[in-house]
Design a protein around this ligand. Structure first.
Ligand SMILES: C[S@@+](CC[C@H](N)C(=O)[O-])C[C@H]1O[C@@H](n2cnc3c(N)ncnc32)[C@H](O)[C@@H]1O
Ligand SMILES: Nc1nc2[nH]cc(C(=O)O)c2c(=O)[nH]1
Ligand code: SF4
Ligand SMILES: [Mg+2]
Length: 249
């Protein structure tokens, strides 16, 4: 036990932003009050990424290597010390050593959820309460690595509630989602329409193409019903409907 604490005390976590409390805007936890820790750095470069400020190295200078105590201090301040669900996102949060943060959250009665594309598996996934795996469809321009995704599911084991969440822009993305879902038939599936207008990251609230998002959402509902895919859930990004591309919400 002493060993684990001494290691975690010296490790730092690269953080892009910590914000909240707000509502979780996507997927299985939609609507839940949450504080976000967004880590800096990603092994992917999705063509439509809405969080480039946590991905591209030109924003590196804005990322801070923080100690566990400093991160925890901010989470407690934002949540007023009242336990809620911590949402770990990024970038790819699996790059960072988050095991000790998850442990700290649990010690204080908080829950921990993590969103990742499923490219890097960690043994601490099994300590999460919720693991959201969001494999990237063809429109992202990224190559799918099925073995890495299966490794993530294996690492999580029976620990967290593990779910799949797909961003869908078009028919090819939809077909990809159906195929990956068939690989992992036990996992709940969430589908969300893509948002085509990532803001220049320097700006906080660039206009968004709301009618495009809603058109894709309508199409997606029809498409899923046509297939009688009644296990899938279709949700918009609630925070985008409410605040557009504003950062920190
Ligand atoms: C910014 S990513 C960070 C976590 C991780 N890298 C991942 O992609 O899962 C968080 C979620 O936002 C989704 N997302 C990113 N850009 C989007 C966009 N333009 N429209 C809809 N969802 C998007 C991702 O697919 C992912 O499910
Ligand atoms: N409210 C809110 N919900 C979210 N769900 C996933 C987000 C993310 O960027 O990872 C996100 C976000 O940035 N804000
Ligand atoms: S994997 Fe996630 S954070 Fe990385 S580029 Fe894609 S959407 Fe953005
Ligand atoms: Mg987001």
């Amino acid at each position: 036990m002493g060993g684990v604490s001494s290691v975690s005390a010296t490790e730092t976590i690269r953080v892009s932003e910590i914000f909240g409390p707000t509502i979780q805007g996507e997927g299985v936890l939609i609507g839940q009050p949450t504080v976000f820790v967004r880590t800096g750095g990603c092994d992917y470069r999705c063509s439509w990424c809405d969080s480039l400020h946590a991905v591209e190295s030109r924003f590196r200078d804005s990322w801070i290597a923080m100690s566990l105590d400093d991160i925890w201090g901010q989470i407690e301040a934002l949540s007023g010390g009242r336990p809620l669900t911590l949402s770990l996102s990024g970038g790819n949060p699996a790059i960072q050593p988050l095991g000790s943060l998850i442990e700290r959250a649990h010690q204080h009665g908080y829950r921990a959820a993590l969103e990742t594309q499923g490219s890097i598996a960690r043994d601490w996934f099994s300590d999460l309460d919720v693991l959201v795996l969001s494999p990237k469809p063809p429109s992202s321009g990224m190559e799918f690595n099925g073995d890495a995704l299966l490794d993530c599911v294996r690492s999580a084991g029976g620990g967290p509630e593990t779910v799949l969440k797909f961003v869908i822009f078009d028919e090819a993305d939809y077909q990809f989602a159906t195929q990956v879902a068939q690989l992992l038939p036990k996992l709940p599936v969430f589908l969300q329409p893509g948002n085509h207008t990532p803001p220049p990251p320097e700006e906080s609230d660039a206009a968004i193409d709301m009618s495009g998002i809603l058109d894709r959402m309508h199409w997606l509902v029809e498409r899923v019903m046509q297939d009688r895919w009644f296990e899938a859930k279709i949700l918009p990004q609630l925070h985008v409907l409410l605040w557009g591309n504003l950062r920190g919400v």
